[in-house]
Design a protein around this ligand. Structure first.
Ligand SMILES: Nc1ncnc2c1ncn2[C@@H]1O[C@H](COP(=O)(O)OP(=O)(O)OP(=O)(O)O)[C@@H](O)[C@H]1O
Length: 295
């Protein structure tokens, strides 16, 4: 399979570094699991047969062309969408079978950081991070204060607690959003394009934080990204999504050495390859209203 092989969870466990030894016992029970998942928006089939799993302690990247269904995968995990067939499990529970109230409870265990996951502009940094704690728990204010400061400390911004979002740089705002996303100590973290729009230093900072916070929480993190260099430096495993399914997967080492044409196109950042630059369309001349033969 072009050097990028489907691996059993035991093989994946073997490849994990020693810092994951403590969590390796959890490898048998994935925190996120897709089994033969199919999903369509109306008539438009997006995912035809997706099978993948992410264990506690793992940071996994999902890569694929624009429109291949990566964000859709995250929405299925969050329960905003339900699979048409197959099973999406989070921490052993079938997400598609949960009632609305059970889903609400389940989302407490999910942290999400989206590219456009804006902060509340009229709340201070402190109140932004406190927001999920005040909304979702009955904790006393003194404990909320300690937790907020702990989360801000984890992202290096305890000193910014009293600032307003307008006073932050883009990289700082992303870190505050990250502190807010981990406020409830999620079991699963979902990142949708977390590196987009960041300068190189902020980008590396966010990358290291994704790794460190995952290890500290013993969580499973899924990072949807186009940023090959940054993600290969921090993840344990990569899934490539195309044509409605996982077409290649492997550790960063296997991905770097792979001769799979699709993987090579990604690694080399080539505009055209198995993944076409042009979305299929009718004849250009016809779209422009030109008569064929007179172009
Ligand atoms: N709410 C929706 N209704 C109908 N079609 C949708 C909806 N959301 C997404 N789609 C379509 O589903 C396909 C997959 O979208 P998705 O956002 O999951 O792709 P993606 O891989 O995350 O893309 P990108 O990398 O460009 O963000 C796209 O063709 C998109 O146009």
């Amino acid at each position: 399979m072009h050097g990028v092989l489907r691996r059993t969870s035991r093989e994946v466990a073997k490849t994990l570094k020693c810092r994951f030894v403590l969590t390796s016992l959890n490898m048998a029970i994935p925190l996120v699991r897709f089994e033969g998942v199919r999903f369509a928006y109306g008539e438009n089939d997006i995912l035809r047969d997706v099978t993948l799993s992410v264990a506690a302690g793992q940071v996994v990247a999902i890569m694929g062309g624009s429109g291949s269904g990566k964000t859709t995968l995250l929405r299925l995990i969050g329960g905003q969408l339900k699979a048409n067939a197959g099973r999406v499990e989070v921490d052993g529970e079938d997400i598609g079978a949960l009632s609305e109230s059970a889903l609400y409870e389940r989302r407490k265990k999910l942290g999400m950081l989206f590219q456009f996951g804006a902060l509340f502009t009229d709340l201070s940094v402190f109140d932004n991070v406190a927001f999920p704690l005040r909304e979702r728990t009955q904790l006393p204010e003194s404990m909320i204060r300690d937790l907020v400061l702990m989360k801000l400390q984890a992202v290096g911004l305890r000193g910014a607690a009293q600032l307003m979002p307008a006073e932050l740089s883009g990289g700082m705002a992303r870190r505050v959003a990250l502190a807010r996303a981990i406020a409830l100590d999620p079991r699963v973290m979902l990142y949708d394009e977390p590196f987009t729009g960041l300068d190189p230093i902020s980008l590396t900072t966010i990358g290291s934080l994704i790794r460190e916070l995952n290890d500290a929480l013993g969580a499973a993190s899924i990072v949807v990204t186009h940023d090959v260099a940054e993600s290969l430096a921090i993840v344990d495993y990569v899934y490539f999504v195309a044509e409605g399914g996982v077409i290649a997967e492997g550790t960063p080492e296997a991905v770097r050495e792979s001769s799979h044409p699709f993987v090579r196109q990604f690694i080399a950042g080539q505009k055209d390859g198995p993944l076409p630059f042009h979305k299929p369309a009718g004849a250009y001349a016809a779209d422009l209203g030109l008569e064929v033969g007179r172009e």
